[in-house]
Design a protein around this ligand. Structure first.
Ligand code: URA
Length: 257
C-alpha cells in the first residue's frame, strides 16, 4: 500500500503538507533553491511561496490552468532521493528536473539545452533503490513531450545520455581542484564517456531516474550547458545560463505533459 501523507501532515524535509500544493501532480525540480521563485514566476501565473526548509524551497504556480509545484532538490543524489520520497507522499506523479551541466561533446555548446534520456549511474543513492545492473532511464512519454515541444518552438535541444557523478571534481575528472589529484578510478574516464557518446556531466539525474522508477513517478530531465569540457573545466554562468533557462522555460510551458 502506498504511504500517502494526510492532507495536513507536514513532511519533515520539504516542510509542507499535501494541502499546500492544491492538487498539483507535476513538479519542476531545479537543484538550486535560489532559482525556485524565478522559475515559478517565469513558468506560470499566480505564483506563490509554499515553504523553505534546508535545501528544499517550494513555490506553487499555474501553467495553462494546472497547478504545478516548483521545488528545489539541492545538490546530489541523497538530496534528490529525500525530495522524491516526500513529493510522492504529497501526491506528485511526474517530475521534470531543470539543472545545469557540463557538455562533454564538442557539438554541444555553452547555453545549449540537453534533454537526458538516460544516465550513467556514477552515484551512490540509486544503488540504495536498485542494483547497479538496473538502468537509469527517463520516462519515455514525458521526455518525448519535452523534445516535441522544443522542436515545435524551433529550439535546438540535444537528446543525450548524462553521466551523473556524486562529485563535481574527481568524478567529473576535474584537475582544477584543491589538490589537483584525480584517483586512478576516474583518470581517463572523460575520454571514455566521450567515446561512448555520452553528452554531459551533472550530479542528480541518475538518482532522479532510478528513485522515480522505484516510487512509480514519471521523470524527465532538462539541463542548460554552463561548462564545455572539450574546451575547459571552468563553469561559465551569466548570459549562457540565462539563455538556457529562457529556452527551458518555453519548452516546459508548451510541452503536452
Ligand atoms: N554541473 C555539473 O555537475 N558539472 C558541470 O560541469 C556543470 C554543472
Amino acid at each position: 500500500m502506498k504511504n500517502y501523507a494526510k492532507l495536513d501532515e507536514v513532511l519533515y524535509h520539504i516542510g509542507f503538507a499535501p494541502k499546500a500544493i492544491e492538487g498539483a501532480e507535476l513538479a519542476i525540480l531545479p537543484g538550486d533553491p535560489g532559482r525556485v521563485e524565478f522559475l515559478a514566476k517565469a513558468l506560470g501565473e499566480n505564483a506563490s511561496f509554499v515553504a523553505c526548509h534546508r535545501e528544499y524551497t517550494s513555490w506553487i504556480t499555474e501553467i495553462n490552468g494546472c497547478k504545478v509545484l516548483v521545488c528545489s532538490t539541492g545538490m546530489g543524489g541523497p538530496a534528490v532521493g529525500i525530495c522524491l520520497e516526500e513529493l510522492a507522499r504529497v501526491g506528485i506523479k511526474k517530475v521534470i528536473r531543470v539543472g545545469t551541466t557540463g557538455s562533454i561533446q564538442p557539438e554541444i555548446a555553452l547555453g545549449d539545452v540537453i534533454i537526458d534520456k538516460a544516465s550513467v549511474r556514477l552515484d551512490g543513492t540509486s544503488t540504495h533503490y536498485a542494483p547497479v545492473e538496473f538502468p537509469a532511464v527517463a520516462d519515455f512519454e514525458l521526455t518525448m513531450a519535452l523534445a516535441a515541444s522544443a522542436k515545435n518552438l524551433g529550439i535546438k535541444a540535444h537528446l543525450g545520455i548524462a553521466v551523473s557523478s556524486d562529485t563535481f571534481y574527481p568524478g567529473q575528472e576535474r584537475y582544477d581542484s584543491f589538490t589537483g589529484y584525480v584517483p586512478r578510478r576516474f583518470q581517463g574516464t572523460l575520454k571514455e564517456w566521450q567515446a561512448l557518446g555520452a553528452a554531459n556531466y551533472e550530479m542528480e539525474t541518475s538518482a532522479l531516474f532510478v528513485v522515480s522508477q522505484a516510487l512509480g513517478i514519471k521523470a524527465a530531465a532538462l539541463c542548460g550547458v554552463v561548462a564545455q569540457r572539450t574546451e575547459s573545466e571552468a563553469v561559465v554562468t551569466g548570459d549562457f545560463y540565462n539563455s538556457a533557462m529562457e529556452k527551458i522555460v518555453k519548452i516546459i510551458q508548451k510541452a503536452e505533459v
